[in-house]
Design a protein around this ligand. Structure first.
Ligand code: COS
Length: 370
């Protein structure tokens, strides 16, 4: 058992840290430039095999990338993570040879952006209750329904959309489809005004008699729910990495602030140092959980429990760390443009998306009790 990153991973981590520090911008606008720069470095298809245009890197290395980018801009981290783990992996894991050839090189190279459309108004936590329909017609299916809170809605070039071919079959009717931007019958709503991860665009997705050829069905009819759940296992480790980035950034900011205060003659009170030490220890614990989940995922073994534990613990910590760091920095952190305010808002969003942390607790408990 080893508890440290390899020399090669440490050098990658330094590369990502340099890239994030020097190239990733923060601001209010959609981070197009960040994504372009990430694509130039091969970061939009980092864990995708080289034969499909990716970098062929391990899943843990990809998680290190998301953590470092999220330390600077969690929205950019979120867009890349969603694009990779639930925008590109559906085709890598479940696509036909033809689907892989058509989509993977563009997705892995960052010329195309991927998105995942599962959630609906009546099917958020209870994903199996979705009611978007896929009616078989000659040569394919007609999709109708409305998807909500789709990360990269309106920006994405390819959506993995989940709809049911027969609602009476429950999860066994749910089927996955690949839908390209601009398809007739596909419409995106106006971007949501969210409290966090504001630079990632989130919209609804309307499916109105949208024709999908049978060649764009992903897997078999009825495979959709299992496909969605197994993809979310990996996706949740990416969200956990965003949590690590946000918790780390909050602590780093506070340490810098306290050192400046000390340099100006203000001693750090014992109460403050206790709080800081607690957070630093919990961040190390979160890292071990997240990296272990990534290692399990990388080994090809089902990682539902590990992924949910990592997502729950790291994103809860991100909220706790950003909140406590705001307390520790006091008035200085109460300005709207203080980074801690952004970290707090982004952290709150990571607790909620790709399955709220209550859902993660359900997944963990079910694995324990089965
Ligand atoms: N990997 C592979 N298969 C899985 C799986 C996983 N991680 N999780 C569930 N399945 C399979 C089960 O094995 C089961 O198949 P069988 O009936 O053949 O045994 C099937 O899927 C149904 O599973 P389950 O009974 O656990 O489904 P539930 O309806 O109870 O849903 C939760 C389980 C709540 C965990 C699920 O609805 C969920 O994750 N909800 C949150 C959705 C979410 O994260 N949304 C974010 C959208 S992206 S922003």
């Amino acid at each position: 058992m080893t508890f440290s990153l390899s020399d090669e991973q440490i050098s990658k981590q330094q590369e990502f840290r340099r890239f994030a520090g020097e190239e990733i911008d923060t601001g209010d606008h959609y981070p197009q430039e960040n994504l372009k720069k990430a694509a130039q470095r091969g970061y939009m298809g980092y864990p995708v095999p080289a034969e499909w245009g990716g970098q062929g890197e391990g899943f843990l290395n990809y998680i290190l990338l998301i953590e470092e980018i999220s330390k600077v801009c969690a929205s950019t981290g979120a867009i890349i993570a969603v694009h990779t783990s639930v925008g590109t992996f559906p085709i890598l894991y479940f696509g036909t040879g033809q689907q892989k050839q058509r989509y993977l090189p563009g997705l892995a190279g960052g010329e195309m952006l991927g998105a995942f459309a599962l959630t609906e108004a009546g099917a958020g936590s209870d994903a199996a209750a979705l009611s978007a329909s896929a009616t078989p017609v000659e040569g394919g299916y007609r999709l109708n329904g409305c998807k909500l809170f789709i990360t990269s809605g309106g920006q994405a070039d390819l959506y993995t959309v989940f709809a049911t071919v027969d609602k009476s079959k429950g999860v066994k009717g749910i089927t996955a489809f690949l839908v390209e931007r601009g398809a007739d019958g596909l419409a995106t709503g106006t971007p949501e005004k969210k409290m966090g991860l504001n630079r990632s665009q989130t919209t609804e997705l309307r499916l109105e008699d949208l024709f999908v050829p049978v060649t764009n069905r992903l897997g078999n009819e009825g495979d959709g729910f299992t496909i969605a759940m197994s993809l979310l296992d990996g996706g949740r480790i990416g969200i956990a990495a965003q949590g690590l980035g946000l918790a780390g950034a909050s602590i780093d900011y506070t340490v810098r602030y306290l050192k400046e205060q000390e340099a100006a003659g203000q001693k750090t009170e014992q109460g403050i140092s206790f709080a800081l030490a607690d957070l630093a220890a919990r961040l190390e614990a979160a890292r071990l959980l997240v990296y272990r989940a990534a290692a399990v995922k990388g080994s090809g073994v089902r990682c539902s429990k590990e992924a949910s534990m990592a997502k729950m613990f790291a994103t809860d910590l991100a909220v706790e760390a950003s909140t406590r760091c705001i307390d520790l920095c006091g008035l200085a952190a109460s300005r709207r443009d203080n980074p801690l305010t952004r970290y707090f808002c982004d952290a709150k969003a990571t607790q909620i998306y790709e399955g709220s942390n209550e859902i993660q607790r359900i997944v963990i408990a079910r694995q324990l009790l089965k």
